[in-house]
Design a protein around this ligand. Structure first.
Ligand code: AMP
Ligand code: MG
Length: 417
C-alpha cells in the first residue's frame, strides 16, 4: 500500500513542465506563463478623468457656487489643444486627458450649463485630484505585472493587451492520448451481447481532459491483447505529451496495461490507500524522439477512473502545463455534512460523492449530502455529484460535522450574486 501523498509525490516528481513556446497573447488564455511580464508603459498612460463634468482648478471653485467660462471641450481620444487658464473651465468626458493647468474635475451632476454651454455654474468646491485618474496609477513602467507560473486568465489577457504585449512565452497545453481497454467493452449504441457493457470511461476521460484545459486525443478502444495495447500506447507516446488508459491495472491475469507498461516503460504499480481508485500504474515511456512521456494507467471502474484522474492525472498534467506545484491540486474547501456520511474503518481515505449547496444560516459556507450509491461502478451518483468529501479513516462524519470537500464543478448557490 502507498499513501495518497506518496503516490502523488511520485507522479508529480516525474511530470515536468513542457518546454515553453511563443504564442500570440490573444491565444494565451488558459496557458501558463514561462516568463514574468514587466510593464514597459504606464497604465493609465496619461492623467484622465473618471467622470463626465468640467475640468477646473480646485482653487477657482473653492468659493462655490461660482460661474466660469467654458473654453473648450475634451473628449476621450481628443486632448485639449491648450492649457486651462486661471478662472476657466473645460467640458470633459470620461477617459479624456486632463488638460494642463487643471487639477480636478467637477462631475456634471454638480453643475449647471449656462449661456448655451459657453459658461458653467459650479455648485460645489472640490479638492485637488477629485475624479482624476493619475498616470501610472494602475501599473507603473518597470513593475512586474505577471509572473512565470501564472495562468493567463481573461483579466490577465486584458492586462497584456493594455500594455501592448503582443506575444508571450508560455507552456503549451499538454496533448493527452486516451485509450480504453477491455474485451467486454462495446463502442456505440449496438445491442449488448451477453457479458458486454458500453465503454463509458473513454468519453468521460476525454471530456475531463478537455475540461481541465488540455487537448484530448482519442486513441480508441483496445481489446485485451498485449500487442494491441502496446502498439496503441506506443502510438500515443509518439504523438502526445501524455497517455492515459483505463482498465487493466488491477491484480488479475488479464491486467495487460500493467504488463505492457512494465515491459516498455519505467513503471510503478501502486495500490493507493484510498477508496475508490486504489490501483494506479504510472510510468514514463521513451518516445522515438527521446521525450520521456508520462503514462497513467487508471483503473477500469468508472468512478475510480474519474477519481484517479482528478487526484493524480490532472495534477501531473497541470505540472506539465507549467502550473507551480502548489497550484496543481483540486481546490479543497471546508463544508458541513448536512446528513451523516458513514463509513467503516479500513485504513483508507474515502472520497464520497456529494451534492453541494449553500449552507444558509449566519455563517454561510457549503453543505454536503451524499449524491447516491457509492460503489466504484455507480456512475449515477458521480454524475449527480458536485464534489468529493474527503473522509479520513474512521467511522465517517455525523450531521453537522465539518468535512473537507474537493469541488468538482461549481456548487449550487442558494443566492443570486
Ligand atoms: P479492469 O480494471 O479492466 O478489470 O476493469 C474494472 C471494471 O471496470 C470492470 O467491471 C470493467 O468492466 C469496468 N470497465 C473497464 N473499462 C471500462 C470502460 N471503458 N467503461 C466502463 N467500464 C469499464
Ligand atoms: Mg479490463
Amino acid at each position: 500500500m502507498v499513501s495518497l501523498d506518496d503516490a502523488l509525490a511520485h507522479v508529480l516528481e516525474r511530470c515536468e513542465a513542457l518546454p515553453p513556446v511563443t504564442v500570440p497573447a490573444a491565444a494565451a488564455p488558459g496557458l501558463v506563463l514561462a516568463d514574468d511580464v514587466v510593464a514597459a508603459e504606464a497604465i493609465p498612460p496619461f492623467a484622465n478623468t473618471a467622470m463626465d463634468g468640467y475640468a477646473v482648478r480646485a482653487a477657482d471653485v473653492a468659493g462655490a457656487p461660482v460661474t466660469l467660462p467654458v473654453v473648450a471641450e475634451v473628449a476621450a481620444g481628443h486632448p485639449a489643444d491648450r492649457a486651462l487658464g486661471p478662472g476657466e473651465a473645460m467640458r470633459i468626458f470620461t477617459g479624456a486627458p486632463i488638460p494642463d493647468g487643471a487639477d480636478a474635475v467637477v462631475m456634471v451632476e454638480r453643475t449647471e450649463r449656462l449661456d448655451d454651454g459657453r459658461a458653467v455654474r459650479v455648485g460645489v468646491a472640490v479638492d485637488p485630484g477629485t475624479h482624476l485618474r493619475a498616470a501610472g496609477e494602475d501599473l507603473k513602467p518597470g513593475e512586474r505585472v505577471l509572473s512565470a507560473g501564472d495562468e493567463v486568465t481573461p483579466a490577465r489577457v486584458g492586462v497584456l493587451a493594455s500594455l501592448g504585449v503582443a506575444e508571450v512565452r508560455a507552456h503549451p497545453r499538454p496533448r493527452v492520448g486516451v485509450l480504453s481497454t477491455g474485451d467486454e467493452l462495446v463502442v456505440g449504441p449496438a445491442p449488448l451481447q451477453p457479458g458486454q457493457i458500453r465503454d463509458s470511461n473513454r468519453p468521460t476521460l476525454l471530456a475531463l481532459v478537455a475540461e481541465a484545459g488540455f487537448t484530448p486525443v482519442d486513441l480508441g478502444h483496445i481489446v485485451d491483447d498485449e500487442d494491441a495495447i502496446r502498439a496503441t500506447i506506443e502510438r500515443g507516446v509518439a504523438t502526445c505529451d501524455a497517455v492515459m488508459s483505463s482498465g487493466g491495472v488491477s491484480m488479475g491475469d488479464i491486467d495487460l496495461v500493467r504488463v505492457v507498461l512494465d515491459r516498455i516503460g519505467d513503471m510503478r504499480w501502486m495500490q493507493v490507500d484510498i477508496r475508490p481508485a486504489r490501483p494506479l500504474a504510472f510510468g514514463l515511456v521513451s518516445a522515438p524522439d527521446g521525450r520521456r512521456v508520462p503514462v497513467f494507467g487508471l483503473p477500469g471502474n468508472p468512478v475510480s477512473s474519474m477519481v484517479s484522474f482528478v487526484l493524480f492525472a490532472r495534477a501531473g498534467l497541470r505540472r506539465m502545463a507549467g502550473h507551480p506545484p502548489e497550484r496543481v491540486h483540486v481546490p479543497r474547501f471546508r463544508a458541513v455534512a448536512a446528513e451523516p456520511l458513514t463509513r467503516r474503518p479500513d485504513g483508507k481515505i474515502h472520497f464520497v460523492r456529494v451534492q453541494v449547496t449553500a449552507a444558509g444560516g449566519d455563517d454561510g459556507g457549503l453543505a454536503v449530502r451524499s449524491s447516491g450509491g457509492q460503489g466504484s461502478h455507480q456512475l449515477g451518483a458521480m454524475a449527480r455529484a458536485d464534489g468529493l468529501v474527503v473522509l479520513p479513516d474512521g467511522d465517517g462524519a455525523a450531521a453537522g460535522d465539518p468535512v473537507d470537500l474537493l469541488l468538482l464543478g461549481e456548487p449550487l448557490s442558494a443566492e443570486s450574486p
